[in-house]
Write a protein that binds this ligand. Sequence first.
Ligand SMILES: NC(=O)c1ccc[n+]([C@@H]2O[C@H](COP(=O)([O-])OP(=O)(O)OC[C@H]3O[C@@H](n4cnc5c(N)ncnc54)[C@H](OP(=O)(O)O)[C@@H]3O)[C@@H](O)[C@H]2O)c1
Length: 267
Amino acid sequence: MIDTIPPFGLGTFRVAAGKTAQSVKSALQLGYRHIDTAQYYDNEAEVGQGLRDSGIPREDVWITTKVWWNRLSRDALIASLEESHRKLGVGAIDLVLVHWPSPDSVVPIAETLAAFQEARKLGLLRHYGVSNFTAPLLEEALQAPGGSEIVTNQFEVSPFLANRALVEATQKLGVKVTAYMPLAEGRAHKDETLVDIAKKHGATPAQVTFAWLLSRGIVVLSASTNAEHQQVNWDAQKLNLDAGDIARIDALDEGRRHANPPFAPKW
Ligand SMILES: NC(=O)c1ccc[n+]([C@@H]2O[C@H](COP(=O)([O-])OP(=O)(O)OC[C@H]3O[C@@H](n4cnc5c(N)ncnc54)[C@H](OP(=O)(O)O)[C@@H]3O)[C@@H](O)[C@H]2O)c1
């Protein structure tokens, strides 16, 4: 089994029904070893199918899923995990995240963490973590019993939302940052600075974006159902940006957030 979260994963949010299994299979065959799903995406069964179809041994792959914010109390969380476990059909899930914090902490994080630990004893999961937690919420979680085992905080990071304060706070607390929506809903492909840096390296703007994230020690999630895009994205791990490139990308930050639903915490 893999014991730490692999640095480059395949996302599966908003992947059209019927396309997830093929996308997972193709990514795993290209070398990806980390797949990100969520109960909310309604595609866990397809993720499990894609893994089985790929022929890659189960123990070589890291699968993350998430529990929706309205299922964080003890009983609801165990039921949610039993469902995810059954749908994925991959045995203990490598990582389960709180998808969004309980609004106004209606369910105390200590209750959720205790339920995660119980779920681990039941063989439902191996590791747990959080997503969309602000620095104060993360600090509170880390101080609760079982909090020291939180392996990641997954949140939005792109060249246009560098999220510097939260990235630094999370890393300082010893928790890995995982970035979602790195391409900012397609904006990265057209941005002049990213296009220019990409040309210099014989790369693509998407690759430049991923290399910039990796240079900050951030785990990258990119989603694609297209095998060519998956390969291009995967190859970003070989791209080394220089300090000048990184400074130019850092300057693109404008704090623009795409994921900000009504139940989001106060960023
Ligand atoms: N925790 C949370 O609240 C949360 C929120 C949002 C997302 N996430 C996770 O993070 C993952 C990544 O976010 P995202 O889905 O927004 O990913 P993304 O990689 O920023 O964007 C995915 C889109 O970009 C296109 N794309 C990817 N690579 C490309 C390339 N090389 N050239 C051209 N187009 C390309 C894809 O289309 P094609 O299929 O045509 O390539 C797809 O439409 C999600 O899938 C999900 O697993 C988590």
